[in-house]
Design a protein around this ligand. Structure first.
Ligand code: DC
Length: 238
């Protein structure tokens, strides 16, 4: 029997572009294995929001176009955040005790997040916080650099992607289901621009870890992908 005092949390990393289905799959895998869940994108979104509240952004860009690295690192190190499950087992996100679950999902928060996420010092400042999510029995870590930078020793690494067109179609359907008017070609060009930013940035660019399972979900349903991931993870983690 494993000695509990030396047992380490098992980490499953899921990286990939937005719209690949990794958020949904990460949440389902966390429930399936009874593991903790890290939505690392939410950390960058929370930091972006906090920086805006502190006046570091003006009209969505850094004030006077000067990157306030020292202030951002300080905010990152002291961010007061909590992820609390509600009655429906959905995670409520609190920043300084206030519910920002919806606010961090806006396009605006996404844009602030992407501006803080390119700063190397900010990424380093968020490392320990991300490591703190790895508690027994294990963690499912969802992001862009979970397998390549943050949890390089993870026994199970997944890179989940889908073509830009497939991801744009999913987004259009999602928006139309929420009765929000959506234009396919605008959404497709947004996705392509974001992919370029994510893959071409100098620090922690989006790319599969050498030892990751590469899954293209373009023509697969969520159940099929879920089954494929569970079978891979079961073969990697006892
Ligand atoms: O996955 P998301 O849309 O919530 O991510 C928000 C932003 O944070 C996006 O610009 C990518 C960035 N991000 C990152 O740089 N590294 C991560 N591990 C997760 C997200």
């Amino acid at each position: 029997m494993a000695d509990e005092s030396t047992e380490l949390p098992k980490v499953i990393t899921i990286d990939g572009p937005s719209g690949s289905g990794k958020g949904t799959l990460a949440a389902r895998l966390a429930v399936h294995y009874g593991y903790n869940l890290l939505d690392s994108g939410a950390l960058y979104r929370l930091l972006g929001l906090k920086a805006e509240q502190q006046g570091l952004f003006v009209d969505g860009s850094f004030r006077d176009s000067i990157v306030p690295t020292t202030q951002l690192v300080n905010l990152a190190l002291h961010l007061d955040i909590q992820f609390v499950p509600n009655q429906d087992q959905q995670l409520v996100v609190l920043l300084d005790g206030n519910d920002v679950t919806q606010t961090i999902r806006t396009e605006q928060a996404g844009s602030l997040a992407s501006q803080v996420a390119v700063i190397p010092e900010v990424r380093v400042a968020l490392l320990q916080r991300q490591h703190d999510f790895a508690v027994l029995p294990g963690l499912v870590a969802d992001g862009r650099d979970m397998g390549t930078v943050v949890f390089t020793d993870a026994p199970a690494k997944i890179y989940l992607t889908a073509s830009a067109v497939a991801r744009a179609e999913r987004r259009v359907n999602q928006l139309r289901n929420m009765a929000i008017d959506a234009n396919m070609s605008d959404i497709l060009s947004d996705i392509e621009a974001r992919d370029r930013r994510d893959t071409e940035r100098a620090v922690a660019p989006l790319k599969p870890a050498d030892d990751a399972l590469f899954v293209d979900s373009s023509s697969k349903g969520i159940e099929e992908v879920f089954a494929e991931l569970v079978s891979y993870i079961d073969s990697r983690i006892q």
